[in-house]
Design a protein around this ligand. Structure first.
Ligand code: ASP
Ligand code: MG
Length: 407
């Protein structure tokens, strides 16, 4: 009989101290039996990665990417070694492997390397010997033998990629919340846990502000159709399944509401309205290494027009400088900035087949006297840029308008 293969990923908060590591080890052992092989991917303990970044910052202003990766990868080595020891204490054979030892080969881009290939040989051998394998997440190695990391939150990606490589039956993502909710339950008590959500919806929710999983890992899960089970490491409660499509997909227009307070708005005033101007502006901003998101350009009645766009708050200084330079070159007007904005979004695959969703969203915001500054849509989401101090209110107003408390 073919054995069941399970990949479990435990996040940093799930292994934050010795007691938690023991609790997770017990849990792993409770799932291990002669018909089940388990590969565990683990994050660094609690805030280890942030602490290491801070430490490096105290020593060098711009540390080399190579040494940063060497440093950060150590966090996951600590947690994986400790977890393997704990599992053995509960009587189950276990082996801890670094990303490299587990066969993760990546490209050379330090800090956000891509997984190119995973050689599952060593893991399969360990399975044959009846061992639970504990893999250090977030890391790999280039063909040249350099240690790399996969970007913040990268242990999710390690888990999903590993699930694909060893043909796992299920990939469980253990975290400190019990699943994916209609919105952040810490802010809206009426938020409901979702039984299921699609990859597309989860991707959209994650990139629009929900912070449960790393977006890249969801992309990979979607590409290879690897169902994910997001659940809590603190309880046995069933969590949320992230799957290709759900039964009720057609009946539910809106699955969730998110907010993102990490963007700022830049406006270039009185831009000459002629062909090629937008291209010049956004080329200049791209060259400065700034990602632009929502863009609004008004119709011009005077041969001049205002162009507004949002950028990550962290990049606003760079974005402003590039905008001022190009505004001068184009003989445009002032450059304005607004850091007091937030994006609220509604997400749902069912939007494709429902109408009136946007109107309902705008209506709900209007009734709460919340002014909309910009609007952006995708096939399965609608976002409004509003005042920062109205963000939390907007989320609960939208949650109510779409009756998400009844899910
Ligand atoms: N420890 C890494 C981070 O904090 C990777 C992870 O937790 O997934 O980003
Ligand atoms: Mg983490």
């Amino acid at each position: 009989m073919k054995k069941r293969i399970v990949v479990q990923k435990y996040g940093g908060s799930s292994v934050k101290d010795a007691d938690r590591i023991k609790a997770v080890a017990q849990r792993i052992c409770s799932y291990k039996n002669s018909n089940t092989d388990i590969a565990v991917v683990v994050s660094a303990m609690a805030d280890t990665t942030d602490d290491l970044i801070d430490l490096a910052g105290k020593i060098a202003q711009s540390p080399t990417d190579r040494e940063m990766d060497l440093l950060l990868a150590s966090g996951e080595q600590i947690s994986s070694a400790l977890l393997a020891m704990a599992v053995r204490e509960y009587g189950v054979e276990s082996v801890a492997l670094t990303g490299f030892q587990a066969g993760f080969v990546t490209d050379q881009v330090h800090g956000k390397a891509r997984v190119q290939q995973i050689d599952g040989k060593r893991i399969k051998q360990a399975f044959k010997e009846g061992k639970v394998v504990i893999v250090a997440g977030f890391q790999g190695m280039t063909k040249e033998g350099e240690i790399t990391t996969l970007g913040r939150g990268g242990s999710d990606l390690s888990a999903v990629a590993l699930a694909k490589a060893i043909n796992a039956d299920v990939c469980e993502i253990y975290t400190d919340v019990t699943g994916i909710y209609t919105t952040d339950p810490r802010k809206v008590p009426e938020a409901q846990k979702l039984k299921e959500i699609t990859f597309d919806e989860m991707l959209e929710m994650a990139s629009l502000g929900a912070q449960v999983m790393q977006p890249r890992s969801i992309e990979v899960a979607k590409r290879f159709n690897i169902p994910l089970h997001v659940r809590s490491s603190y309880s046995k409660e069933e969590g949320t399944m992230i799957v290709k499509s759900t039964q009720k997909i057609e009946d539910i227009a809106v699955r969730g509401v998110t907010s993102n307070k990490n963007e700022a708005k830049i406006t270039i005033c009185a831009v000459p309205d002629k062909p090629g101007v937008s291209a010049q502006i956004f080329n200049a901003i791209a060259k400065a290494g700034v990602n632009v998101d929502v863009i609004v350009q008004n119709v011009s009645h005077t041969k001049k027009t205002d162009i507004s766009f949002t950028v990550p708050k962290a990049d606003v200084v760079k974005g402003l400088k590039a905008s001022q330079d190009i505004a001068r070159k184009l003989d445009a007007g002032d450059v304005l900035e607004d850091r007091n904005i937030a994006r609220v979004s509604i997400v749902g695959s069912g939007m494709r087949s429902h109408h009136g969703i946007a109107a309902k969203m705008f209506d709900a915001l209007a009734k709460a006297s919340i002014n909309i500054k910009m609007i952006a849509t995708s096939e399965i989401s609608i976002s409004c840029i509003i005042d920062l101090d109205k963000a939390d209110q907007a989320v609960s107003v939208l949650h109510k308008a779409f009756e998400l408390e009844k899910r």
